[in-house]
Design a protein around this ligand. Sequence first.
Ligand SMILES: Cc1cc2nc3c(=O)[nH]c(=O)nc-3n(C[C@H](O)[C@H](O)[C@H](O)COP(=O)(O)O)c2cc1C
Length: 189
Amino acid sequence: MQNEASPLYIVGIAGSLRKASYNRALLAAARQRAPTGVQIEIHTLDPIPLYNQDIENQGIPTAVQKLRDAIYAADAVLLVTPEYNSGIPGVLKNTLDWLSRPPKPHPFDGRPVGIMGTTPGGFGTRAAQYQLRQVLVPLNAYVMAQPMMLVPGAGDKFDEEQTLTDEKTLAFLDRYLTSFSAWTRHFPA
Ligand SMILES: Cc1cc2nc3c(=O)[nH]c(=O)nc-3n(C[C@H](O)[C@H](O)[C@H](O)COP(=O)(O)O)c2cc1C
């Protein structure tokens, strides 16, 4: 249990490679609006190669190792997932597969994790978020149960420069980040 004012360092990952990704934009908004004392450092999945045990046998790729190290050093991880076919995108699953590999402990082992997601559709990535929770079980990540940050109708909530402008969503994002920070502080530093 940490002090309610302890500084927090959170690694933020969005599961989209798209430049104009709504989920990258949502993560950028989260970084910008992080509560005082909370730093969200964004890591992109662009340099993560496709998982291949032959590559792994030659050594962990530098990009994977960097992400592992960042998560080891973090108090928590914030995953922002798009929804593809009612599940999580391959790039995110691929990254989690890399991060589940030896040496132990996995960087997610015992790590607090928050999940958010946005989609132009009406359900706000609910299906993808439930699938992501399932994938995080074998990694022994501690996923915050509530609140869930589901953002439907992305097309109306971000402007042309991918800035989150919807007031209600911004207010909920603030509440989400406050809850996630307080919940993360229940864990040892
Ligand atoms: C292969 C594929 C499958 C998709 N399946 C879903 C889906 O099941 N549910 C949904 O709400 N949106 C679905 N979408 C639409 C995505 O939510 C939309 O493309 C979104 O903008 C992707 O996230 P991003 O903007 O962060 O890249 C799908 C898109 C693709 C490319």
